[in-house]
Design a protein around this ligand. Structure first.
Ligand code: SAH
Length: 248
């Protein structure tokens, strides 16, 4: 892995990138560069738009509150999009912010909110989820932004998975057994991870999920984890055994 250049600040700018192009910035981005980071004319930062890799850009202040960036050159190619789907029962506010950021840091390429019987959240703020995904990408040197799907009921979310995708179902009702051994019993495949709501899955939901072919129920140990803890634990063990942490 090319070591990310964390000496420089990284900013997501949703614009077309080509050498020498001027990137107009929104006010909050200008304020962040000029008044929070206190960057001066010609200071360099790294920018990405989620499609064209990572570029070096120079700050061009326009007064105290506005700035634009001048693109210099691409310093990193755009990596292939992550294939990992993360399906989750949305949580409330800060817990959801945290879960979205961690899922992106852990390499999820698609975020699919799933409405189950015990899901506490009805309306989802997808813009807020996108802002959290961007923040995680800016902080962690991630160049691709996840696809954020609109929420779906459990049955539709399951039906929406392509058949060859292995669904790793984190089931708090599963007999405790090593998730590593369970995952190692499977070969490489496109992956999806499913985490339930604070109140867990109902028996009927458990049966529905387990009935889907190409589904593997795993235990995450002898303790019941909170959903946002389970998200990180599950994504870690999946990435380590079958995902992009495994040495290939
Ligand atoms: N029913 C429990 C909470 C479920 S935790 C209660 O109310 O306390 C929320 C989700 O995290 C679960 O649906 C499951 O997807 C995951 N999870 C938590 N602990 C787990 C474990 N020990 N094994 C597998 N999944 C777990």
């Amino acid at each position: 892995m090319s070591t990310p250049d964390f000496a420089r600040h990284r900013l997501f700018v949703d614009a077309a990138f080509r050498a020498g192009a001027d990137l107009p910035l929104e006010r909050d981005q200008s304020n962040y560069l000029l008044n929070v980071l206190r960057l001066k004319a010609n200071d360099a930062i790294l920018v990405f738009n989620g499609r064209d890799g990572e570029w070096l850009a120079r700050v061009a202040p326009e007064g105290r509150k506005q700035a634009r960036l001048v693109l210099d050159r691409r310093v990193k190619e755009q990596p292939p999009p992550s294939e990992l789907h993360y399906l989750f029962a949305p949580l409330k506010h800060a817990r959801l912010d945290y879960m979205v950021q961690k899922a992106v840091e852990m390499g999820a390429g698609t975020l699919q909110p799933v409405i189950t019987r015990r899901t506490q959240v009805s309306r989802l703020n997808l813009d807020r989820m996108r802002a959290n995904a961007i923040e995680a990408a800016e902080q962690c040197g991630i160049l691709g932004l996840p696809r954020i799907e609109t929420e779906r009921p459990l049955e539709a979310a399951l039906a929406g998975l392509d058949p060859d995708r292995l669904l790793i179902f984190c089931d708090e009702g599963q007999e405790q057994d090593s998730p590593v051994a369970a995952l190692q019993s499977r070969g490489p495949a496109p992956l999806a991870v499913l985490i339930g709501p604070e109140g867990g899955f109902e028996e009927g939901e458990r049966r529905l999920i387990a009935a889907r072919p190409n589904t593997l129920a795993i235990s995450l140990g002898p303790r019941i984890l909170r959903a946002d803890t389970a998200a990180v634990a599950a994504l870690a063990v999946v990435q380590a055994v079958l995902g992009d942490w495994a040495s290939r």
